[in-house]
Design a protein around this ligand. Structure first.
Ligand code: BV8
Length: 263
């Protein structure tokens, strides 16, 4: 497959083969572009139609939620329905199949809040920005101080649903801008890129930190970095190879040829 910019696949396939030779040899960092061919708009494209008037950073922030809880709740409700309707694409499936053929070799790290990697078989995907299908209370549950906290499922209907006892609203279980990432996932992601031989960066603009810094970190630890994206990204300078194609096109072509015996 010709890649107008950067190396043809033929130059990158041997790197995948080499990475198959060691535990944790291959890391994949994905962004919204990974799910675009599953019909989930990328973060920048998520603002279509009614939402085009809003700034994503504003909607995906505690400040934005407090300013207009119903508006933010409904934006997430629309995105959730999109995730439930979506199916993993050939890119997700190639990663799931690879993990099955090469146990212990692959670590998938995602910025995405959908569950398509898990549905494609990568159940141990490290989720840096949370899960859009999970809810949690905005404030810590006051009951929690002296006993079991209220279950999010007990919330009374509403936009957003609220605790019938104290009015505490539910919020989506995602990481909003200005909020720190889940420590366990971020530490595991850093350990994974420190120890890998090859990092594939798929479908991210590289604009959001600290996730984007994982490419720099992998490079600093001697890994080869390959970017798969039809467009230029803000971290192209970290890559030895740029593959100008889509996730569902390039990942099967890159991964489906690797077999356990030639690992
Ligand atoms: C934090 C969940 C600590 C919510 C998300 C350092 C420098 C500058 C800024 C900062 C910095 N450190 C921190 C910041 C601030 C901020 C940040 O990065 N701002 C940027 C935007 C300037 N970071 C934070 O706030 C982070 N937290 O730092 O905490 C802290 C805590 C307290 C006080 C101080 C510090 C939290 C960041 C996480 C925010 N939550 N998501 C939700 O989804 O609603 S981020 C969200 O946006 C997504 O999860 C994703 O990560 C990101 C979007 O980026 P991409 O995934 O790359 O998607 P995008 O649409 O941009 O691009 C799509 C790409 O795909 C394109 O390149 C396109 O060409 C390509 N593509 C399209 N189709 C395809 C394709 N590729 C392949 N195949 C295709 N078919």
């Amino acid at each position: 497959m010709p890649t107008p910019e950067g190396a043809p696949l033929e130059l990158v396939r041997p790197l995948v083969q080499q990475a198959c030779g060691s535990a944790g040899g291959l890391c994949v960092l994905t962004g919204a572009g990974m799910s675009a061919e599953s019909g989930i708009p990328t973060f920048r494209d998520a603002l279509t139609g009614h939402w085009a008037r809003f700034d994503p950073m504003q909607l995906a922030s505690e400040e934005g939620f407090r300013a207009d809880p119903a508006r933010v709740w409904n934006w997430y409700a629309e995105r959730r329905n999109g995730v439930r309707r979506a199916e993993p694409n050939a890119g997700h499936r190639a990663l799931g199949d690879f993990a099955a053929r090469h146990p212990g070799v692959l670590t998938v790290i995602t910025q995405n809040v959908d569950d398509l990697h898990q549905r494609a078989g990568n159940l141990d995907t490290l989720r840096l920005h949370g899960d859009i299908l999970q809810d949690r209370w905005l404030e810590p549950c006051p009951r929690g101080a002296r006993g079991p906290a209220c279950e999010p499922g007990w919330a009374l209907e509403g936009e957003p649903p609220r605790c019938g006892e104290c009015g505490n609203p539910l919020r989506p279980g995602v990481v909003w801008f200005g909020e720190s990432l889940p420590l366990a996932a971020m530490n595991a992601a850093e350990r994974a890129v420190d120890g890998c031989r090859l990092l594939l960066v798929v479908g991210t603009s590289g604009a959001v930190w600290p996730a984007a810094g994982l490419a720099h970190r992998a490079r600093r630890h001697g890994a080869q970095v390959v970017i798969i994206n039809p467009e230029a990204s803000e971290i192209d300078d970290q890559a030895q190879y740029l593959l100008r194609g889509t996730a569902a096109q390039v990942l099967p072509a890159l991964l489906d040829t690797t077999s356990p015996e030639n690992g």
